[in-house]
Design a protein. Structure first.
Length: 252
């Protein structure tokens, strides 16, 4: 049985991956979708051209990994694609976020870094030649970001981990792509806080375009997917300019 697995599938970019994946991988038998909100996952049965299997659970808790590992061991599927789409951010200084919710930033690290890594570790034995891993990073990974410090740091981890893992798996014919969009018009900002920076508002994009490019870049075996000219320029700038200059500019 050929499958894909998508985390964070109940909303935003993860949901969009489920909607588009059947057009790119027409030989899939099932997409296994993982998220906390089962009623939102049920809706994917009408939106996906591939049958959906629902695994309801919270990636910050042990139970969902036990369910997934048991299912993988029983079914021994041919896992063609893993999309680690789950994640969240909170904007504000470290102290401001601590004052609002003392656990928010450790949970951010847990979901964006630990859960993503653990999902990857669970799935690695079931990947084979031609399989793909898509890891949702962010353009925030390109440099430190005041008032988005922990989120940017978690995404820098995702970018570094993805590139290193991709190099390790290349000999097996398995490709890893880190997706690094700028602001995307999804429910993300209901959690993180609405954008106040006028420049970031100006470059906000829609999820379907980001996901389509990510799937095309994954198919092409690219290790990085950056959508849109502004974010491509930001990526280049992060390589050319000292990070302290970028940080000072962003603080202003």
């Amino acid at each position: 049985m050929k499958i894909a697995i998508v985390t964070g599938a109940s909303s935003g970019i993860g949901r969009e991956f489920v909607k588009q994946m059947g057009h790119f991988y027409q030989n899939l038998d099932e997409i296994w979708v993982i998220a906390r909100r089962e009623h939102r996952l049920q809706e994917l049965n009408q939106l996906s051209s591939v049958p959906v299997r629902i695994l309801e659970g919270d990636l910050l808790h042990e139970a969902i990994y036990e369910i997934l590992e048991k299912l993988l061991q029983e079914e021994r599927p041919d896992l063609r694609m893993l999309v680690n789409g789950a994640g969240f951010g909170k904007s504000g200084t470290v102290e401001e976020i601590l004052h609002e919710n003392k656990n928010a930033q450790t949970e951010m690290i847990g979901l964006n870094c630990t859960a993503l890594s653990r999902m990857t570790f669970c799935c690695l034995p079931y990947l084979s030649k031609g399989s793909r891993i898509i890891q949702m990073a962010s353009a925030a990974a390109f440099s430190p970001q005041p008032s988005f410090a922990v989120y940017a740091a978690t995404k820098a981890y995702v970018l570094s981990f993805s590139r290193s893992l991709g190099a390790e798996l290349k000999s097996r014919g398995i490709y890893v792509t880190a997706v690094c969009p700028g602001p995307v018009d999804t429910e993300f900002f209901q959690v993180s806080g609405e954008l106040e920076n006028p420049l970031k508002k100006l470059v906000k994009v829609k999820a379907p375009g980001v996901v389509r490019k990510a799937l095309l870049d994954s198919r092409a075996g690219k290790d990085l997917s950056v959508y849109g000219l502004p974010m491509k320029c930001a990526h280049i700038a992060s390589k050319l300019l000292p990070h302290h200059l970028i940080v000072n500019f962003m603080k202003r």
